[in-house]
Design a protein around this ligand. Sequence first.
Ligand code: CA
Length: 430
Amino acid sequence: MPFTALNNPALRSWIDIQPTSDFPIQNLPFGVFDHPEGHGPRVAVAIGDYALDLYALAQRGHFDELPELEKGLPWVFRRGSLNHLLRLGRPAWRAVRQRVSELLRHDNPALRDDEEAVRECLLRQAGLVMRRPIKPTNYTDFYSSIEHATNVGTMFRDPANALLPNWRHIPIGYHGRTSSIVVSGTPIRRPNGQRKAPTEDAPTFGPSRQLDFELEMGFVVGTGTALGSTVPVAEAEAHIFGLCLFNDWSARDLQSWEYVPLGPFLGKNFGSSLAPWVVTLDALEPFRMTGPVQEPQPLPYLQTSGPHNFDIHLEVALAPAHGPETTISRSNFGLMYWNMAQQLAHHASNGCNLEVGDLYASGTISGPTPDSLGSMLELAWRGTRPLPLPDGTERTFLLDGDTVVMRGFAEKNGVRVGFGEVRGTVLPAP
Ligand code: CA
């Protein structure tokens, strides 16, 4: 069976799945939950409203005939992250997803008709405690939306020369920190830090007054490289396991004071939120699209042809402490100027090794219209255009108690492949 057959819109599951669900049989994203009866972490696949416990499935022998998995059974599904499964190699994780797809097909009785197994393996997602799906080995944040980079350059530097001279030549990025990357639902504490407004004579230390979110997609490397080797851009996507929603919380006042000359530091690393489900690149194949025209043409090692962007609708919602949730931005991952293949090829171009479990974030995904901007900084234009909320309040930046929720999905031929959500609530500074 060709691998793309798992994306066939005609596939149906014996599980009842709403058409609005992010998790039809064509998706099958991976995550990790804590077993509710205290049996430790379990690797799972999301299907409809359920999480399918792969450890329980493995114990029942459902993966026994997969030679790719042999040395990993069943312990690889009882680890606190997907890293161990990824290390078994691309053939292994592909074989798992293929087997799960077969087991969930409406015409396969193997699991469907085994009531006891269904009770044990299929858990309602509601109420499950999810973990970070991966333990990020390294973390790099790019800056690849031309709209976002232009907006930031316009606000902070010079509207006539908003993009720095290198921007159209290099997928700009910086190395971040993994220790503070948390799973969706983890509260985010407003950081204290050093800040100095242009109107102030001297810096002060205290709670950030410009706390922000950044709407991003993260991608996870599933196949590493050796130190000293490079990755041709045409082969870069083969190193990617999957994608997930990512909120790169940012303290703008700390950031704008500290970033010269070495770049982002404490304004960024106090917390970043990762969605619990990683959608495989394989599941996103039907949603490829051609990205923006790149002018001037990038250097040869960054030149791609064909569709390397992905048409993924993205939304940001904000809910005040005791108020309703309001959608404040709608954007699309397909707008990104630099695609993931270019980001990865550039990252490896100096011989720096990629590692299994590496997390790469896209950079803020802003669109061309005022309602498609991926940060409060842009939505409220550096505090000059406060954003009204239905509860009568307005925002320039985030307040304590605010909850930010990001959602995303791709849709085509009646199939919706979704990412679930990444959410976080702002707590007061310590
Ligand atoms: Ca960012």
